[in-house]
Design a protein around this ligand. Structure first.
Ligand code: SF4
Length: 358
């Protein structure tokens, strides 16, 4: 018998080798659209980390590990299935490898590959930036009507580089997603009947009319209204929306059980060089502007010229509100510059050695 799981890993290693070779061939030739960020007027970086974007330019490339590759694969398969379904539906859609190219003020090329372009009469009329949502955090934001800022920045970048071509940021999830209880009670999760509640599976409850007052423990003295679970009819209710189920059973409230697989699109547009997205109800203004995208890439040139490691990035929401987790939660590269005492030349030399291993 052929050991298939081992063959999977062997095949992956071939893929990594090919990719690493491609990376080597493009060292110090271009900044990448996949590293899109914005630089605010006060020098704050948002979205991508300038150090990571510069490291990629300088040849720092690490193979993904086995788990990460399996996740990347789902993203690629998702793009293929969209192309297949849209084509079957009569849409002229194609992948758009290296479709964008522009230059920073200092003349460094910036290139990128939007996931897909849609054509009419041979001309591109719309772009798609695909994201496959597999985590609770992403699903919670998307179903709550809020795409991730870094995804919006990448979408805005591609649209800007293609003469403001309208782009849609398209999230697809292929599995039921549930998470920690506090995440399931997030205020942004739609209630039955609200937009995108059709992607939520709920448990429905009714109050019994009785109360209970705690006599002991930390809730001593607290009175609660007793509730009972509503027994819905799975077969009869399968065509009903969550709002209709609430009405049918006269339920008082519902708790999220899990998110169903979904496809949710966020159309985007530019208004006076500021980027907006449509959340299903209204257009939302973001902190993304064309100048800030260009400033981010100009900053990479400045960092090299000044031998400076640049600003740390901030995690923000699309409207500029801070996110609760810091950049270093998802990246360990800085620990390397800590080790090298923030000396630019040492950092670059170290990166080149690392890159050579790729
Ligand atoms: S830890 Fe933060 S500042 Fe350092 S390289 Fe990673 S993202 Fe950038």
């Amino acid at each position: 018998m052929i050991n298939l799981t081992w063959k999977l890993y062997e095949g992956m290693q071939h893929k990594w080798k090919e990719r690493a070779q491609k990376e080597k061939d493009t060292v110090r030739t271009r900044y990448r659209g996949g590293n899109s960020g914005i630089l605010m007027e006060d020098g704050t970086a948002v979205g991508e980390c300038p150090k990571k974007a510069l490291a990629r330019y300088l040849g720092k490339y690490t193979d993904p590990d086995y788990d990460t590759q399996l996740m990347f694969d789902v993203g690629e398969l998702n793009e293929d299935r969209w192309e297949d379904y849209l084509t079957r539906a009569g849409v002229d859609v194609k992948k758009a490898d290296d479709a964008i190219k522009w230059h920073t003020d200092a003349g460094t090329p910036v290139t990128g590959s939007p996931d897909a372009l849609i054509y009419e009469d041979g001309k591109p009329v719309m772009g798609i930036e695909h994201k496959h949502a597999s985590s609770m955090n992403t699903a919670r934001g998307v179903i709550g009507g809020e795409p991730q800022l870094k995804h919006l920045i990448q979408t805005a970048h591609y649209s800007m580089a293609l003469d403001d071509l309208p782009f849609t940021l398209l999230y697809t999830s292929s599995t039921n997603i549930e998470g920690a209880e506090w995440k399931m009670k997030d205020a942004n999760i739609p209630k039955p009947g609200q937009p995108r509640s059709e992607f939520c599976e709920y448990t429905y409850y009714k109050y019994t009319g009785q109360t209970r007052t705690y006599k002991t423990g930390k809730n001593k003295g607290k009175t609660i209204h007793l509730k009972q679970k509503v027994m819905t009819n799975f077969l009869e209710d399968s065509d009903l929306s969550p709002g209709e189920i609430m009405k049918k059973y006269d339920a008082d409230f519902a708790d999220l059980k899990y998110f169903r697989p979904f496809a949710i699109e966020f159309p985007t547009t530019w208004k006076e060089d500021t980027f907006y997205f449509y959340n299903g109800a209204k257009w939302i203004k973001t902190i993304i502007t064309k100048d800030r995208i260009k400033a981010f890439y100009n900053e990479l040139d400045r960092m090299q010229a000044a031998k400076d490691l640049g600003p740390v990035p901030y995690n923000l929401k699309p409207d500029g509100e801070p996110m609760p987790w810091p950049h270093e939660n998802y990246c360990e590269m800085c620990q390397m510059s800590e080790k090298l005492n923030h000396k630019y030349d040492d950092w670059v030399n170290h990166l080149e050695l690392e890159g050579d291993k790729g």
